[in-house]
Ligand binder design. Structure first.
Ligand SMILES: [Zn+2]
Length: 279
């Protein structure tokens, strides 16, 4: 554990409990390893994320899964009560977002891109984007002190092509954080072993034993992560050098959002202070 001059704060704002872990669990692990602070915020309560359970019992179950995913790594979690599958980016929720970001005062905020298959992801992205400038405006939500400077805001990766494909500003080698990331996903058993396979018609593929299903999950997530790396191979090589960049398979990727503080070289060096990340 190296000493740090400044404690960084990372806030990952997902629509559902598990979005933050899936797209930024590696970065969160690397932050915590350096002693930085991390919070996963789910804007909805996850109550629609199952084929056999829903309502209050599922909300409770998913809250507990989110806690179990994050607690071993010292990551703070918060799950809001907005109904899953029905999130609307209205004024009340925007002001909730403004207050929440001001109080946590993060250096880096990550969220979904605004074009995404899931309406809750789109709404969450809009809430963060709509909050961005207003974080610094004293007359808005004056009960919580405004921020002097915006945090850097960046998007989590996705596979959508329209209106334009995801364009990573930063690619991060998460090989050394892989086990931790899989542990986080493994804790969301209602999702990765039940709902998502059922929704994709692959429920029968999930092994019954605890060890078997974790290995199955690891293989699936590894394949998806390799695909992400392969799609952005040239950028990885540009960032890590040709030889090392060619060999990297496990990455997370983040694209700067224009509405936050500049995501420039200075910000990248400050917010991604990992010794194995060479530019
Ligand atoms: Zn989601």
């Amino acid at each position: 554990m190296s000493s740090i001059a400044h404690n960084l704060k990372l806030l990952v704002v997902g629509a559902h409990p598990d979005d933050a872990e899936y797209r930024a669990g590696g970065l969160a692990t690397l932050y915590r390893r350096l002693g930085h602070s991390v919070k996963f915020l789910s804007v909805t309560n996850g109550e629609a994320g199952h084929h056999r359970e829903w309502g209050a019992p599922l909300v409770e179950r998913r809250r507990e899964e989110a806690r179990r995913a994050a607690a071993p790594f010292g990551i703070e979690t918060e799950v809001w009560d907005n109904p899953d599958g029905r999130l609307v980016p209205d004024l009340e929720r925007r002001e909730e977002m403004i207050r929440s970001i001001r109080v946590y005062h993060p250096d880096l905020v990550l969220t979904h891109r605004p074009n995404d298959y899931h309406p809750d992801h789109r709404a969450t992205s809009l809430l963060v984007q709509d909050a961005a400038y207003l974080l610094t405006v004293p007359a808005i939500c004056p009960d919580v002190p405004h921020l002097r400077r915006d945090p850097v805001i960046a998007y989590l990766s996705d596979d959508f092509l329209r209106p334009y494909p995801f364009e990573p500003t930063v690619l991060l080698d998460i090989s050394s954080a892989w086990e931790e990331k899989i542990s986080m996903l493994d804790s969301h058993e209602s999702q990765f072993y039940e709902w998502l396979p059922a929704n994709m018609g692959r429920f029968a593929d999930v092994p019954e034993s605890v060890e078997g299903r974790r290995a199955w999950l690891e293989t699936r997530i590894r394949d998806l992560t390799r695909n992400l790396a392969d799609r952005h191979r040239n950028a990885i090589r540009a960032q890590y050098g040709d030889e090392h960049g060619q060999a990297i398979e496990l990455v997370e990727a983040f694209e700067g959002c224009e509405y936050g503080a500049p995501f420039d070289e200075e910000a990248i060096a400050r917010l991604f202070p990992f010794s194995d990340r060479s530019c």
